[in-house]
Design a protein around this ligand. Structure first.
Ligand code: ATP
Ligand code: MG
Length: 305
């Protein structure tokens, strides 16, 4: 966790000016400004999640899916899926193309209606009132879309406003997470002009400006981040987990899943074909050393040369 001075040092002059404006301190009196700013930065850092200092805890389990089935015409994308995610857990949903991962995440997010089965998020059935539940949901779709005519910073300010985040805290969170997600240089770009990776990251920043804990549903979230950005994001996801968020992420990148997830649900052709921690999965497949081996064994065998 960064200190007040580190945060102040890393914030861009423009963000410091915005912060100063929130306490109506004239920019010419720099000495006073810095003192005032230190107070604001301290308050904002204190508002970031730490163990034993988060908002209202999530229900346990935070996500509960029972007998989920989704049919599209003749295709059954998900056959009968049971899944739970508890607060304090990162669960990896892995499987080959077309396995049903995106369909599962969309059903949990309330974007599509299951053909049958139930989805509970934070203790509420998604078929009933999902408005309150959506306050804790953070969903990053595989094909992200967003308000094209807003600039990135306007979008983040807008989200913070909707969630009642005080302005100075929103400024500091915006500065911190746009840096972490390598978005600084795009803050003044229109969302419509962003690449897919930058758009996903804008949506992630839009979650992180909100107050935690969250139920995060991330569909291939580490797309396009360079190693440094990916490392920072993974560190932040672990931190969110340790402070009571519940995280379900789908990925093809097995190294990402292996290093980040506490346990796995492996899907193949709409079915769950394996689940458990890496150790448990390895016990089932004694020859498998890595998640990649387990994955290949469960989804059609290891390819011949
Ligand atoms: N809206 C839709 N209409 C018709 N079929 C769909 C729709 N969405 C998904 N499917 C089908 O359902 C199956 C599962 O798709 P899904 O996108 O959930 O897989 P996935 O595991 O996310 O794959 P990928 O790794 O390629 O993202 C596929 O056969 C897909 O073609
Ligand atoms: Mg998908």
């Amino acid at each position: 966790m960064e200190t007040v001075d580190e945060t102040l040092e890393m914030m861009r002059a423009e963000d410091l000016r915005r912060l100063a404006q929130t306490v109506n301190v004239p920019l010419s009196t720099r000495y006073v400004t810095v003192t005032e700013l230190r107070g604001l930065v301290r308050e904002a850092l204190d508002s970031l999640p730490r163990p034993a200092q988060t908002g209202r805890p999530l229900s346990d389990p935070a996500v509960s899916v029972i007998g989920l089935r989704k049919r599209y015409g003749a295709t059954t994308a998900v056959k009968s899926l049971d899944l739970t995610v508890r607060p304090g857990e990162i669960v990896g949903l892995v499987g080959p193309n077309g396995a049903g991962k995106t369909t599962t995440l969309r059903a949990i997010a309330g974007i599509i209606r299951p053909t049958s089965g139930s989805v509970m998020v934070n203790g509420v059935d998604m078929r009933e009132d999902s408005t309150e539940t959506k306050r804790v949901l953070g969903y990053i779709p595989e094909r992200p879309t967003c308000y094209e005519n807003l600039r990135v910073r306007e979008y983040l300010t807008f989200v913070a406003k909707i969630y009642g985040v005080p302005r100075h805290i929103a400024i500091i969170r915006t500065s911190r997470f746009s840096r972490m997600l390598q978005l600084d240089e795009f803050l003044d770009s229109y969302i419509g002009s962003l690449s897919k990776g930058n758009l996903q990251r804008t949506l992630l920043a839009g979650i992180f400006v909100r107050p935690p804990p969250y139920v995060l549903l991330l569909d291939e979230p580490i797309y396009g981040l360079d190693p440094r950005g990916a490392w920072s994001l993974k560190r932040h996801l672990r931190h969110l987990r340790d402070t009571g968020s519940a995280i379900l992420l789908s990925t093809h990148i097995l190294e990402v899943a292996e290093g980040l997830c506490d346990r796995f649900v492996i899907m193949h052709e709409g079915d769950v074909v394996g689940r458990g921690t890496l150790t448990e999965l390895r016990e089932r497949f004694p020859r498998a050393r890595t998640l990649e081996h387990v994955f290949l064994e469960l989804t059609g065998g290891i390819p011949e040369e």
